[in-house]
Design a protein around this ligand. Structure first.
Ligand code: CO8
Length: 273
């Protein structure tokens, strides 16, 4: 168990920045770092898998709902400020594998997972919604995969989004960093239901209750069949590609620009040859 588990009781526990509350057969997991828009720090990925494993094994939970703390963000994605901690290719590869393993764990979980998107779902935050089974959005939600401004691509998003929203829509989001509001996201299939902000959690709970009334075995089998289509080799290729990208001068410039709150200046690729 993580040394960041700070509190534990029959009804709720915390692992790092994740707060999990058990309510009957429904578990609510909150990403709890609102001052950084629930950005996913380096511990996030392992902590999420640990929380998931605990819920899968507790014998009671039938549905998981994931949301973000605060009014502004579900999650603004990977913690850009922490990217500089990775100095070597090995560290970058381990990091990417860690990220990918977390999305795969959610997809492979026997538990149905609902994303209740309460604000920005950007980068890894948007990818997290793609790894969930049902996405319910507040009318304030905003979706985007802006990694190309950081010299990166969303490693899981580029594999999963095309089958959800189509190739061109994925390219528009990935290349232009175009954001979608909740209704646009609904229209293209990234979201299954939009509700007024104040009703988000009650709608998510209603959906969770409906799902929980049906067969857990059928959910586990159905999920596996619906999620098929990307083989392990593609995930592994994505990890390698992202490891290389993350080592590029473009990524260094993209991260510097974010931290310095300015627009990145990417060199012409022809200039290097
Ligand atoms: N990482 C770290 N810190 C963040 C992030 C983030 N992704 N997003 C926001 N923050 C921080 C800000 O730096 C700020 O901190 P401080 O108050 O200390 O300056 C605080 O959160 C509040 O943010 P803003 O002041 O920027 O709030 P605004 O309302 O002005 O803007 C935005 C909100 C539009 C969401 C803006 O914060 C933004 O653009 N954030 C970055 C979004 C982004 O680019 N996400 C993609 C990240 S990369 C990723 O997710 C890849 C997944 C993992 C793979 C990693 C491969 C290396």
């Amino acid at each position: 168990m993580s040394d960041k588990t700070v509190a534990s009781s029959a009804e709720s526990f915390e692992i790092g920045d994740l707060r999990i509350t058990l309510s009957g057969v429904i578990a609510l997991l909150k990403m709890n770092r609102p001052e950084k828009l629930n950005a996913m720090g380096s511990r996030f990925w392992g902590d999420m898998r640990e929380a998931l494993a605990r819920l899968e094994n507790d014998g009671r939970t039938r549905v998981l709902v994931i949301t973000g703390s605060g009014d502004k963000a579900f999650s603004a994605g990977g913690d850009i400020a922490s990217f500089g901690e990775m100095k070597t290719m090995t560290q970058r590869r381990e990091y990417q594998a860690n990220v990918m393993d977390t999305f795969i764990a959610l997809e492979n979980s026997r538990l149905p997972v609902i994303a209740a998107v309460n604000g920005y779902a950007l980068g890894g935050g948007c990818e997290l919604t793609l790894a969930c089974d049902v996405v319910i959005a507040s009318d304030r939600a905003v979706f985007g995969m802006p990694e190309s401004a950081l010299g990166l691509v969303p490693g899981f998003g580029v594999l999963r989004a095309p089958s959800v929203i189509g190739r061109q829509m994925t390219k528009m989001m990935v290349m232009a960093g175009e954001r979608l509001d909740a209704h646009q996201a609904l229209q293209c299939g990234l979201v299954q239901r939009v509700v007024v902000h104040e009703q988000l959690m009650s709608e998510a709970r209603n959906m969770a209750t409906k799902i929980a009334e049906n067969s857990p075995l059928a959910h586990a089998v159905g999920k596996k069949l619906i999620n098929r289509g990307i083989d392990r080799a593609e995930f592994d290729y994505s990890v390698e590609a992202l490891t290389v990208l993350q080592s590029s001068e473009d990524a260094a410039e993209g991260v510097r620009a974010f931290l310095e709150k300015r627009k990145p200046q990417f060199p012409d690729p022809g200039a290097a040859s």
